[in-house]
Design a protein around this ligand. Structure first.
Ligand code: A2R
Length: 304
């Protein structure tokens, strides 16, 4: 398939490109800014005309829509930008597909955060009601609803993925796992005397980005039209465990202090029921220890 990828210059995009190629697909990489050396064409999804023109020219067989604001605090700071990118931008992509290639599959990357955090008992199934608890989660829930309208009334070939947290090599340093890895490196090298941390008691569900990308490929090829799929390896861990595990891998005994500006109240995320995804043949291949070891190696070798 010729697969348009939006937001390809981000964390997931670089992993997705190599997997698409390895599976015999032809990626059509785009991001808000062009990068000619990387073969990435400019496509700002806020610009409906530009999106329509690009999709009219490329006529992809499918689209994996990664472009968006993905960092939760950024999302909370600028609700208008959030809506114009995560909601309106998503609709621009869907409408242009319907206009030019109405059978093309759209794989929309939502988030497990649409389930909210109030009900932590049992595992969330895709059919359960949504309860988004942050501006970021709300934007993804609104985009899902708008796309489902297009699927119901205009036959948009839609598949929705709801991944939990994912990390691995290449993630931006503002996300917690690469931030810890960089701080541990700086502590080891004497540039920091103590590592600033927020609340280490919160819990998150971490998958390896490569397992998440494998799920996207599977959904592209085999996902049921109109289907929604949770994605999670089931690694439910304390944030503090990420720090101690990365420090163990690095061979460092860290000194930490709580930085009040980073401290958010303790929270947790629900576990996800991944029966639907596993029925397509998916299973995670990367244990958390391997994910963190690969992340550490990359951050330790990074020139900053
Ligand atoms: O904001 P930038 O310059 O880092 O670019 C991001 C890009 N992007 C856009 N692309 C086209 N038009 C826009 N208006 C626009 N705004 C942002 O989307 C970045 O290159 C990419 C998203 O990459 P990351 O932030 O690294 O997200 P990640 O981890 O790859 O997640 C991809 C998707 C997102 O929708 C998440 O919410 C979801 O998976 O979990």
């Amino acid at each position: 398939m010729r697969v348009l990828v939006t937001g390809v210059a981000g964390f997931v995009g670089r992993h997705l490109l190599s997997s698409l190629r390895a599976a015999g697909h032809e990626p059509l990489p785009t991001d808000s800014r062009a990068d000619e050396s990387a073969g990435i064409a400019a496509l700002d999804i806020r610009d409906a005309g530009a999106v329509d023109a690009a999709i009219g020219r490329l006529k992809p067989d499918a689209c994996i829509h990664l472009a968006g604001i993905s960092f939760v605090p950024d999302a909370a700071r600028d609700p208008l930008a959030l809506d114009s990118i995560n909601v309106a931008g998503t609709l621009h992509v869907a409408q242009a597909l319907l206009h030019h290639v109405p059978c093309a599959r759209l794989l929309f990357i939502s988030t497990s955060q649409v389930y909210g955090t109030r009900n932590l008992t049992g595992a969330r199934r895709e059919s359960e009601p949504l309860d988004p608890a942050s501006p970021y989660a709300g934007s993804k829930a609104r985009a899902e609803a708008a796309l489902q309208e297009l699927a119901a009334h205009q036959n948009l070939n839609l598949v929705i993925a709801r991944p939990g947290n994912h990390t691995g090599p290449g993630q931006a340093p503002k996300f917690v796992a690469p931030a810890f890895a960089a701080a541990i490196r700086d502590f080891r090298d004497g540039r920091l005397t103590s590592i600033a941390v927020g609340n280490l008691d919160s819990e998150r569900d971490f998958s390896d980005v490569r397992d998440v990308v494998a799920a996207y490929l599977l959904l592209l090829e085999k996902g049921e039209t109109g289907g929604i799929y949770n994605i999670s390896s089931g690694n439910h861990v304390r944030i503090g465990t990420l720090l101690t595990e990365l420090a163990r891998i690095a061979g460092v005994t860290p000194v930490t202090h709580v930085e009040p500006s980073r401290y958010r109240p303790t929270d947790a995320v629900p576990t996800l029921d991944t029966t639907r995804l596993r029925a397509l043949g998916w299973q995670p291949a990367y244990p958390l220890e391997r994910t963190l070891a690969d992340l550490w190696r990359e951050v330790d070798g990074r020139q900053e």
